[in-house]
Design a protein. Structure first.
Length: 275
């Protein structure tokens, strides 16, 4: 097995994704590790969940679809690291892998008891990445190297100007709702009324009037996205694999639940923005 591993091609996947960001003008020329904006972080979480869902929805026999889903998931994950400015990603990866290798084989109860898992032995310590999330000379060199590889420094500035031009058009499009001002009042969607009534009935059972249902979603983004992902995964299985056949909850019920979970999430986001 060691000989086999030595023969595998070694590729710097992070640098390939960084080069793509530089090419399209998505990366600052002098970056430093930093938090993403809430909007971009939400977008990237949704994108990674979407790619994970595509891998999950791929038939067991369709290896090509599974491979495509995994590649897309990794591209978005690495792209997120790039946008954060985590240019010493390779070093972080090596430290985390070293910590993983210090674990012992065993079944983890929180992941369904799969036997080929790793558990933390007594005294195990996680990787220390604290020095990798501050700016350093390596960070700036990484972007310069990427720009040199694709010869895109000038094109990056041009692409960034083009993006701003698109943003101007988008800003005009965002005025679109006002174009309906003179039209007849649009009918209220009865599905939304049904969802609202469902929330009210269930809230009585749960004894919770909190619009965001915080106590049932204690981990913020992760909790809400997990519930949405679970419902979406069930719909994919019922509608695509089982051709609409289900034993209990209907696909329509799952869709209504997704609308309500999304409403809880939106209420939570509003509350967070108001802090």
């Amino acid at each position: 097995m060691d000989d086999f591993c030595e023969k595998l091609p070694r590729q710097d996947l992070f640098m390939q994704v960084l080069e793509m960001h530089v090419k399209f003008g998505w990366q600052d020329e002098t970056p430093a590790p930093a938090a993403l904006s809430p909007d971009e972080r939400r977008y990237r979480i949704a994108a990674m969940l979407e790619e994970l869902s595509e891998y999950a929805a791929a038939p067991d026999s369709d290896l090509e679809a599974q491979l495509d889903g995994l590649v897309d998931l990794i591209v978005f994950a690495l792209g997120t690291a790039v946008r954060h400015g985590f240019y010493r990603f390779d070093e972080a990866f090596e430290r985390v892998m070293a910590a993983n290798k210090a674990k012992v084989p065993g079944a983890s109860g929180k992941r369904g008891g799969w036997k080929r898992d790793l558990i933390k032995p007594p005294g195990w310590k996680p990787a220390d990445l604290s020095d990798l999330v501050v700016s350093s000379a390596e960070d700036f060199a990484a972007v310069e190297d990427a720009a040199d590889r694709v010869g895109m420094l000038a094109a990056t500035r041009s692409a960034r100007a083009s993006i701003h031009a698109v943003d101007d058009v988008s800003a005009e499009d965002r005025q679109m709702p006002s174009r309906f001002a003179a039209d007849e009042e649009l009918p209220f969607n009865p599905i939304l009324k049904e969802c609202s009534d469902l929330i009210m009935r269930k809230s009585r059972d749960y004894g919770d009037k909190d619009l965001a249902k915080r106590q049932y979603h204690p981990y913020g983004d992760a909790s809400y996205l997990q519930m949405l992902h679970t419902k979406l995964r069930r719909l994919e299985n019922v509608r695509l694999r089982n051709k609409g056949q289900q034993n209990f909850e209907s696909a329509r019920d799952s869709v209504l639940d997704m609308i309500n979970y999304a409403a809880f999430y939106a209420a939570w986001l509003d509350e967070e923005a108001g802090k």
